[in-house]
Every structure is written in C-alpha cells, then in structure tokens.
Design a protein around this ligand. Structure first.
Ligand SMILES: *Cc1c(COP(=O)(O)O)cnc(C)c1O
Length: 386
C-alpha cells in the first residue's frame, strides 16, 4: 500500500474486505485442519493448521504491525508464548528475569531450570547494581515486565535493552499489562514482545491465548518453525475470536484507563486504604518514567487495605461490580488477591522479596460506568467499618 497507517486503523482494518471467494467483508473463519494440494508436487500456501492457518495469520499480522515487528507467532496461551521465547536457550545458558514477574512465568522458569533446560537469575530490574551483576554473567536472554504484576513497578525499557545489547543479551518485554495501544517496546530497543492475548488484546475474557512478536524476520522464522515443531500454535477459532477482540482494543483501553485514573484518585484519598500503586498518580514514584515510555497509564492498579483479615473478607464480599477472579484486561472489572490467588505459586518467601502481602488487592478496571465502579468500592469500604 505504501501508506503508513495509524495503529488504530490497523487494529480495525487488517484483513477487512480481502476475501476472494465471496467478498466476505469480515475475514472468514477457516476451521479446516488441512488444505488441499492441487496435485503431486504442489506447494500450497497452507498445508496443515498447526503449521499455518489463514485466520491465525491475520491475527499475527495485526499484532506484529501494532507492535512494529517483523512477525508474530500466535500461541495457545501467554505461558506458551513465554515458553516459546525461552526455547531460544540451550542447557547451560542463562536467562535473567524480574523477581516480581507474573506468577505463572516464575513457575515456568523455575520448573525448566529444575529440569536442566537452562539457568535462571531473578533480579530487581529497578536496581542498577543487580542489573550490572546479572549482565556481567553474560546471560543469553533477559525478560522484562513493565509495569510489573501486581505492584505496578516500572522499569526503564530503553536503558535495560541498551545495557543488555552491550552485554550480548537479547531482550523480550512482556507487554500484557499495557498492550501495543499504550507501550511499544520494539521501538525502544527490545528484540521481542510477549503477550498474553487472554488479557487486553482479546479483551473479553473468553479466550486464552498468547503471542511472541519478533523485531527481526530471522527470529520470527525461527520461532514460527519451533512453534510448529512443538505444536503450541492456537486454534483458528481462538484466533478468530481474538481478532474480533483486537478490533476495539484502542477505544476499550482509552475508556478503561480514564476510569482507572478516577478510581486510583478515589482510593488514594480514602482513609481505609493504605498505599495505592498506580503510575498515573502524580505522587507515584514510577510516574515520570511511565510517562516517558508509555502512551498512557493503563487500567491496572493495586492497593493495600489497612484492615485485618475479617475486614478484607467483608470488603470483598460486599463488592457488587468487581468479581473476585484471576486474569485482567477484560470488559468486566475484576479484583484479585495476589497473595492467595495469582501469585501463590511463587511461595511466601519469594512473595515477601517482591513485596506482595496479604493486605494487597489488584484491580482490573473494565468498561462499566466509572461512577458505578467508584460507588461500589465506596460502599464496600464503608461496610468494613460497620
Ligand atoms: C496472564 C499473564 C501471562 C500468562 O498468560 P496466559 O494466557 O494466562 O497463559 C503472562 N504474563 C502476564 C503479565 C500475564 O498477565
């Protein structure tokens, strides 16, 4: 086309009106597991859906273009996407990961290390000394998560990727918490972007999926081959659903972060609430760094409740609009208790190091009217006093 299009346009228009069979405006869903050869010796564009599928390819192209990458491999889960990235490692190689990374990623890294697949070093990536010491060990890969889950700590993508490059270390940023609508790590020096598309990209809490975006075409090729070799590509149906979700990514996240800002301010002013972790607050220690590398502050936050276990139970059971559930990034608002839910797999010791206490709650702000969400939190906080 030779025309640069805005990411908002890419999200909506990728694959529209491209059907050559019937002129279907929306790309058709090709469920077929296999594709016909025209004759012996034929090389059809698609042969078998584990290796390649037209519906999944439209989703891959869309996510790759949104992130500014050469290509994206679409996987059956975000965890499979992290594991696909880790397939670049050989026994004896070192990967550096954040000490406060997603709980399932932590479990995966430890489990693969225990089986001798590679070595892992967890560091506080906001701590200069720890990063310096880790890179001195010449790791092959570094995984970055920013903002972190659940404490919304922000690390400097440009600084970390440039230091890693100097050490010969390749980097991936898990961009699940912000999506390409709010952060584009490849433009800041990362080699890969990882997504749990389960979250904002699909956005409707009805598909589990993932993606790895590569900046370099050769890396994309290598990961595509490996994803077929181990069979982690996602189903065409899931890809179709996720493509439907990504169409509205930009307007969804715009409204969600608008509501999140108002809710963070409300919580920050409430006497029953302790610390609020939301980089959008001017008082947040991550505010300036987040503003320098993000196009917005997103719709995830966490906060500490200044109360005992009975009060916390009362608060959660009084909520009407926030459902107590894991996951995030959907149209519906959710509340999670990382200590007993999402991060339990880390174990209490690692949670202590990361700063996750039993007083901490995480919110994923959905698309309900923001005034109703604030009213719901207000009445649930009031119920603790009575
Ligand atoms: C959910 C999540 C994952 C894992 O994705 P699944 O789709 O649940 O396998 C990885 N990283 C982050 C930051 C997540 O929130």
């Amino acid at each position: 086309m030779g025309m640069t299009r805005d990411p908002r346009t890419i999200a909506v228009s990728q694959g529209i009106a491209t059907d050559t069979a019937f002129g279907s405006v929306v790309p058709p869903l090709y469920l077929s597991s296999t594709f016909a050869f025209q004759g012996l010796g034929d090389q059809p564009r698609y042969e078998y859906s584990r290796a390649g599928n037209p519906t999944r390819d439209i989703l891959g192209t869309t996510i790759a273009e949104l992130e500014g990458g050469a290509g994206a491999v679409i996987t059956a889960s975000g965890t499979a996407a992290v594991d696909l990235f880790l397939s670049l490692l050989r026994p004896g190689d070192l990967v550096v990961a954040p000490h406060d990374c997603y709980g399932g990623t932590y479990r995966l890294l430890v489990a693969r290390q225990e089986r001798g697949h590679f070595n892992v070093l967890f560091v506080d990536q906001g701590n200069d000394e720890q990063v310096r010491a880790a890179l001195a060990a010449k790791p092959k890969l570094m995984l970055i998560e920013t903002p972190s889950n659940p404490l919304m700590r922000v690390v400097d993508i440009r600084a970390l990727t440039s230091r890693a490059r100097d050490a010969g270390t390749r980097t991936a940023v898990d961009n699940t918490f912000l999506s390409p609508a709010l952060q584009r790590p490849l433009t800041m020096g990362a080699d890969f972007v990882i997504h749990s598309t389960t979250k904002y990209i699909n956005g409707h809490s009805d598909v589990v999926g993932g993606a790895v975006v590569a900046a370099d075409p050769a890396d994309f090729e290598e990961l595509s081959i490996w994803s077929n070799t181990v069979g982690v590509t996602c189903s065409p149906f899931d890809a179709h659903m996720t493509l439907r979700g990504v169409r509205t990514l930009f307007p969804r996240i715009k409204q969600q972060q608008h509501a999140a800002m108002l809710i963070a301010e409300f919580l920050n002013d409430h006497p029953a609430v302790g610390k609020v972790y939301y980089p959008g607050l001017a008082s947040d220690p991550n505010h300036a760094l987040a503003a320098s590398q993000q196009a917005g502050f997103g719709a995830m936050m966490s906060f500490e409740l200044a109360s005992d276990a009975a009060g916390r139970n009362q608060f959660v059971s009084s909520l009407g609009l926030f459902t107590l559930a894991e996951s995030l990034g959907g149209i519906e608002s959710l509340i999670a208790h990382p200590f007993s839910m999402t991060h339990r797999a880390m174990g209490e010791e690692a949670m202590g190091v990361a700063g996750i206490t039993d007083r901490l709650f995480r919110l994923s702000i959905g698309l309900e009217f923001e005034g109703d969400l604030i009213d719901d939190l207000k009445q649930a906080l009031a119920s603790m006093q009575s």
